[in-house]
Design a protein around this ligand. Structure first.
Ligand SMILES: [Zn+2]
Length: 451
């Protein structure tokens, strides 16, 4: 696996430093704390003065006028998605947490509104720049350099994923934009040799791999060497990653961000052992116990929920935002030279359910199902009959199988037994042909409510 120089993709022989901001990304934890503490002091004063929302929230939490330093951050209350939405609703369009005059809002993104009406994210000129800086470190860490040519399916529509275009242009790579899920144009671009790198969701990369596996087109005839997945977990699940890498003959690395904080905040380097935190100087990350919300050390092996605080955001700054992402911290420092912490997403808090006292994340089910390829496509979802977090066994799971696959010959039972031995709960597997499973999803929902 180490047929490459540290921090570099295989066959990348350029002489560029593979770390975008060497001083910052190789700094020790102590140095990072020191830098962030100074910036946070100003940000805290800024919030008290400019944000009616946080001034009130802090007052209600009994913080008073006393300064709260970075090391005492846990004295401040958490912010939730619902609260931020509420802050917008009480003073639309930008809400009571807008800290700049509206004329200084220079870019507005919308959130998908999967839970209710769309919400907005407002950015000042310097906020746009901060997102670009963080995103540039992120994508550079994955191995994208100025010599890369990047076919991106991260749409430029109303959503924050579109910010990737600023990032690619900052790195100086070639950008070949394609609409999300437009398979024909992606295939055209790859066949024509327009790009050596693909940015897509893992669902889409998986779909592409399944499709090429069945077609006469030899993936080796394409120049594709690198796939960066984002938008959902999957690129870090071995069964999914290995399949995409083997069929498409490319290295898979993943990125992750969160709209309310920064759209590209973590980037996995070619060592492929988790995503590096790339927000230093602009975003402060904490880890908390998912049940008690007590602060945890960010150290190798720790499992917790990520919480974020903006250090420099001007327009809609957020403090101690509960991300809902449950992650496992990886080892550091990394071979690539970065000293920033690495992590792998275990799952979304909202997707988690409990079977007889055991916490289950649907991505763990994907990891098991994926090992049954090529008899399955790799997609699967959990059917939730109630909104209860507790699910009685057997847990209903739908597994996608290729259209026209011959009678399954015991496949259901084999998957049920593999899930039982890996995850210790009983399931009831239904095999669903591709046509019936639904759109060859650009994103796959891991749980579906179906009373
Ligand atoms: Zn690394």
């Amino acid at each position: 696996m180490t047929a490459h120089a540290p921090g570099r993709l295989p066959d990348d022989t350029c002489d560029r430093d593979p770390i975008w901001d060497r001083e910052l990304e190789t700094a020790s934890y102590e140095q990072a704390v020191e830098r962030a503490s100074g910036i946070w002091e100003k940000q805290f004063a800024y919030l008290m003065e400019r944000s009616p929302y946080y001034a009130r929230k802090f007052r209600e939490a009994g913080v008073g006028q006393a300064r709260v330093g970075l090391k005492d951050l846990s004295r401040l209350p958490f912010s939730t998605k619902q609260e931020l939405k509420h802050a917008i609703d009480e003073s639309p369009p930008f809400g009571s947490n807008l800290c700049v005059p509206p004329e200084q809002v220079k870019r507005v993104y919308q959130t998908s509104g999967t839970t209710g009406a769309p919400s907005v994210l407002a950015l000042s000129r310097s906020d746009i720049e901060a997102w670009t800086v963080i995103g540039t470190r992120t994508y550079f860490a994955t191995g994208i350099h100025d010599h890369s040519s990047v076919l991106t399916t991260f749409g430029a529509g109303p959503f924050v994923a579109g910010h990737t275009h600023f990032v690619l242009s900052r790195i100086g790579s070639r950008s070949v934009p394609v609409a999300p899920g437009d398979t024909d144009r992606v295939l055209f671009g790859l066949r024509a040799g327009l790009a050596d790198t693909l940015l897509s969701t893992p669902s889409f990369a998986q779909y592409l791999a399944n499709r090429l596996e069945k077609s006469e087109l030899d993936p080796a005839s394409m120049e594709l060497t690198h796939i960066v997945t984002g938008g959902e977990p999957g690129g870090g699940i071995p069964a999914i990653r290995d399949h995409i890498q083997t069929v498409l003959g490319a290295t898979v690395t993943e990125v992750m961000g969160i709209g309310d904080i920064a759209p590209s905040l973590f980037g996995e380097c070619p060592e492929q052992e988790g995503m590096h935190f790339c927000g230093d100087g602009h975003v402060w990350a904490e880890l908390v116990n998912p049940e008690t919300r007590e602060p945890m050390m960010i150290e190798t092996g720790a499992v917790g929920e990520l919480v974020y605080t903006h250090l420099t955001r001007q327009a809609m700054p957020v403090v101690r935002f509960l991300s809902g992402d449950i992650v496992r911290i990886g080892p550091s420092p990394c071979e690539c030279g970065r000293n920033t912490f690495r992590m792998r997403v275990i799952g979304r808090r909202d997707d988690m359910f409990i079977v007889r006292g055991v916490n289950v994340y649907p991505s763990a089910i994907l990891a098991v199902v994926g090992t049954f390829r090529p008899r399955v496509t790799g997609r699967a979802r959990v059917i939730r009959k109630t909104t209860d977090v507790s699910v009685p066994p057997p847990v209903p799971i739908e597994v996608e199988v290729p259209d026209g696959a011959a009678a399954n010959g015991g496949l259901m039972e084999e998957i049920e037994s593999a899930i039982h031995s890996a995850l210790t709960f009983r399931s009831k597997v239904a095999l669903i042909p591709e046509k019936a499973f639904g759109e060859s999803g650009y994103k796959t929902r891991l749980t579906v409510d179906r009373p």
